[in-house]
Design a protein around this ligand. Structure first.
Ligand code: GCU
Length: 346
């Protein structure tokens, strides 16, 4: 398949002698004198993240186009998130979009985002993520692993969907539910009473189709952009997580940039977030309409209380077991409270 071919070509590029594929710098290529910057992500070409990355590319090429060409590889073409993170660590590619669940193994602070019902509103989530002064401290925490977060993307609110309706935690009992490959996601799913089945995003469709799992949990775009609505017809608004996606960059590459270039990359990253965020709500609304009208997916609102109660002990034990998340947890509680006060005033 094209996926395999690209992955092989990249690997070949990395093992061939210097010069065969361009400069040795970070293992990436120079073509016609231009340094090629490769970005991997897991979504389709209509997804808000792809639109954000197109803005990133345009901004950089308009300002530094004589030096850099940005190439975007969507649809896990270069491999699943975990694979793409490895490629970014070694510098085989320069940037990858990956959810924080995939970053937990590199820096335990990222476990915080897997904590169910962490944010009390979407507004609080977005305010937290846009607090760049605070988040920069978190973003540097993976430098030793060879990559650093440069910006975040909204990946919506996650809810369960399955081949049968889920109205209460009782309904999750005995169901095999796919979760992201992170210890905190596994704990989250088991705390709800389901059997967690960790696997990469690209494997989910076939796993549901073949009955290996009964469902998964994600935002609404997974139903349409990733076609999961073809195989799972019941989406229940349990709204248990808001897990951001992160644009991560190879640290050596970022440090090789001049201060002026670095500034342009940071501006491009911030712009990509704006573009991504502003496309998000509309795309969720249209994904929901498409899933409902064209795919026959049933959406239901559920009483959140029993779901919240089921995972309350997990919130507590996460805080006890992982001191690295406490500061960010407290910071988020302040934002939660501030936002809910503002809401009650208006
Ligand atoms: C969302 C998110 C991805 C993540 C995926 C998953 O689509 O944007 O980054 O990989 O969920 O559940 O694996």
């Amino acid at each position: 398949s094209i996926k395999r071919f690209l992955a092989l070509a990249l690997t070949a590029c990395m093992v061939l002698p210097l010069g065969a594929c361009g400069s040795g710098k970070s293992g990436s290529s120079l073509t016609g004198g231009k340094r090629i910057i490769r970005i991997s992500h897991a979504q389709s070409e209509t997804h808000p993240e792809h639109l954000g990355l197109l803005a990133f590319k345009k901004y950089i090429e308009e300002r530094l186009g004589d030096k850099y060409e940005v190439q975007i590889f969507p649809n896990e073409l270069l491999g699943s998130a975990q694979k793409a993170i490895e490629l970014t660590q070694t510098g085989a590619i320069d940037f990858t979009v990956a959810g924080t669940a995939n970053l937990e193994n590199f820096s335990p602070v990222y476990q915080i985002f897997s904590m169910p019902y962490l944010f009390t509103s979407e507004k609080a989530y977005i305010q937290t993520m846009n607090d760049t002064d605070y988040m920069e401290k978190v973003y540097n925490s993976t430098d030793e692993a060879g990559f650093r977060v440069v910006t975040w993307y909204n990946a919506g609110t996650r809810s369960f969907y399955a081949t049968k309706p889920i109205n209460s935690p009782e309904d999750l009992k005995g169901l095999k539910i796919r979760v992201q490959q992170s210890p905190a996601s596994i704990a989250m799913c088991n705390a709800f009473g389901a059997a967690a089945s960790p696997m990469s995003f690209g494997e989910v469709y076939t796993a549901i189709q073949q009955g290996v799992i009964n469902g998964a949990e994600n935002n609404e775009l997974a139903l349409t952009n990733n076609k999961h609505g073809e195989v799972a017809k019941y989406y229940s608004y349990t709204k248990h997580q808001m897990i951001p996606d992160m644009l991560i960059g190879n640290v050596k590459f970022l440090k090789s940039l001049s201060p002026e270039e670095y500034q342009i990359f940071k501006e491009a990253a911030a712009l990509s977030t704006q573009v991504e965020n502003s496309a998000w709500d509309d795309q969720v609304a249209s994904a929901k309409a498409t899933a409902q009208n064209d795919m026959g997916v049933h959406f239901s609102d559920v009483d959140l209380t029993p779901f919240q109660e089921a995972v309350a002990p997990l919130q507590k034990s996460m805080l006890e077991k992982n001191p690295k998340i406490v500061d960010l947890y407290n910071h988020i509680q302040e934002i939660n409270q501030k936002v809910s006060k503002e809401g009650s005033k208006s």
